[in-house]
Design a protein around this ligand. Structure first.
Ligand code: UDP
Length: 462
């Protein structure tokens, strides 16, 4: 065993996450897993939203020297523009950093501690880095930080565009999308408006880089929830596809290792004082925004529901508002909910979802949040905002049956009704039962796919 481990440590894997919470987290979880299985790991990263190396003494961190334009770094920036600009800005610095690591090997020979680069694992949304690694002759595995279903929709985009399903047309919103059922047109990644061409181009490049440059694909999902989607991807791509999720369970990486913001742990003590399944947890993740009016309706809907809640109101949550401080709550709201609500700017979400007091999760359906909720058996109230969130929301409500929609329009009366439905209604109880079954499936997810990934990397020549 020791010999096997030593042999693997000569295999170095170079990882490159995109610098957003929902991307850094699964990449660092994968890094922890690969290292725990005996591989040497180097994380290349941007200076923007850089991970803290002190929290991962076992990994090597190397900053790339990117120069990011304001449209990437300014809070509240449009995500499509951010992704396009990031790809452009990271391409050359990523290539230089990876080339330097390859040279290091040449200088140091088969130094066991150093480990020769065997492959790169690159965020699948960073098509420029996927292509750059392949051009340097490094086998590159694309990490999908979204679901298998979302990845399928991205692969299908050229066909969807040719068939007129995207850019999205209002009159087609409720049509089922052939071969992607149960997704309707309204559930596809929203491509419309003035950015439609740019977004379509981005998705086409993401799919194109996987097809032309990747040697394999890693997806943070598990067969228990996405077996049919994984099977279809495997049929479509002639590449190994490893379903290595749920990464946060299998990697055992503590949540505080991967968070980019400091969580307010005080809310856990507050939850301790609450009866089982009595509290609604509300969070729209790290980047989604809502309009000022919707924010006020959320607040008054929560107040009107009569249900205790823990709400993450982070700086930047309200579009166009102050970026450094959380948005002010509506007048009179704090008084109204004094004994019933708790508001934090960032929560220790995984611990919150695992807390017995939590009854349901009002979520934007980011893939990490969705998986975390599934793994804790917590039913969901879904309010998808953009990108893959509509796909995830459809699976939550119509495939796994563990959630319901808040409503297309965020209005206080509708919110209060939806909250009551999931927290105290019979339908909520049925969702909770199904969520519990999914939790059992998630905890039974095996590391077989990780074993295959390790075997695959260890067999690569160095
Ligand atoms: N998260 C957290 N505290 C919060 C809100 C979010 O720790 O108050 C974490 C959450 O556990 C998840 C990640 O941030 O792992 C958000 O990722 P997700 O894919 O759900 O959404 P995104 O932020 O990418 O839209």
């Amino acid at each position: 065993m020791a010999g096997q481990e030593q042999r693997r440590r000569r295999h170095r894997v170079v990882l490159f996450p995109l610098p957003f919470q929902g991307h850094v987290t699964p990449m660092l979880q994968l890094a922890a897993l690969l290292h725990s299985r005996g591989l040497a790991v180097t994380v290349l990263h941007t200076a923007f939203n850089a991970p803290d190396p002190a929290r991962h003494p076992e990994l090597a961190f190397v900053p790339i020297r990117e120069a990011l334009p304001d449209e990437v770094t300014c809070p509240g920036a449009d995500i499509a523009r951010q992704l396009l600009a990031l790809n452009t800005a990271c391409e050359a610095p990523f290539r230089d950093a990876l080339a330097s690591l390859l040279l290091l090997r040449g200088r140091r020979g088969q130094d066991q501690d150093q480990g020769a680069v065997a492959c790169a694992v690159v965020d699948g949304q960073c098509y420029a880095a996927v292509d750059a690694a392949a051009q340097l002759g490094v086998p590159v595995v694309a990490l999908r930080t979204d679901s298998a279903a979302t990845f399928r929709t991205m692969l299908a985009f050229p066909r969807l565009r040719d068939a007129g399903y995207v850019p999205i047309k209002e009159e087609m919103l409720d049509e089922l999308v052939p071969d992607l059922e149960p997704l309707r047109v309204r559930d596809l990644i929203r491509v419309d408006g003035s950015d439609a061409d740019a977004l379509c181009g981005f998705i086409a490049r993401v799919a194109g880089a996987v097809r032309s440059s990747a040697s394999g694909v890693v997806v943070n999902t598990f067969e228990g929830i996405e077996a049919p989607e994984l099977a279809k991807i495997r049929r479509e791509l002639s590449l190994p596809v490893f379903a290595v999720g749920p990464l946060h369970l299998l990697s055992r990486a503590p949540a505080e290792q991967t968070t980019l913001r400091a969580p307010d742990g005080g809310c856990l003590a507050w939850l301790d004082t609450r009866p089982p399944r009595s509290v609604l947890y509300v969070s729209l993740g790290s980047v989604a925004t809502v309009g000022h009016a919707a924010f006020e309706e959320m607040a008054w809907g929560l107040a009107g529901s009569g249900v205790p809640f823990l709400w993450v109101v982070r700086p930047g949550l309200v579009a166009g508002g102050e970026e450094e401080a959380p948005p002010p709550l509506p007048d009179g709201f704090s008084e109204e909910i004094k004994n019933r609500g708790k508001i934090v700017t960032w929560a220790p979400q995984r611990e919150v979802l695992a807390h017995a007091a939590i009854g349901a999760f009002w979520t934007h359906c980011g893939w990490n949040s969705t998986l975390e909720s599934v793994c804790e058996g917590v039913p969901m109230l879904v309010q998808p905002c953009f990108a893959d969130q509509t796909v995830n929301a459809r699976y939550v409500t119509h495939v796994w049956g563990v959630g319901t929609e808040v409503g297309e329009v965020i209005e206080r009366g509708i919110v209060a009704e939806a909250v009551a439905k999931v927290m105290v209604g019979e339908e909520g109880a049925r969702m909770r039962e199904r969520a519990h079954r999914l939790k059992m499936e998630a905890s039974a997810a095996t590391s077989l796919s990780i074993d295959s990934l390790i075997h695959y990397i260890s067999s690569l020549p160095t």
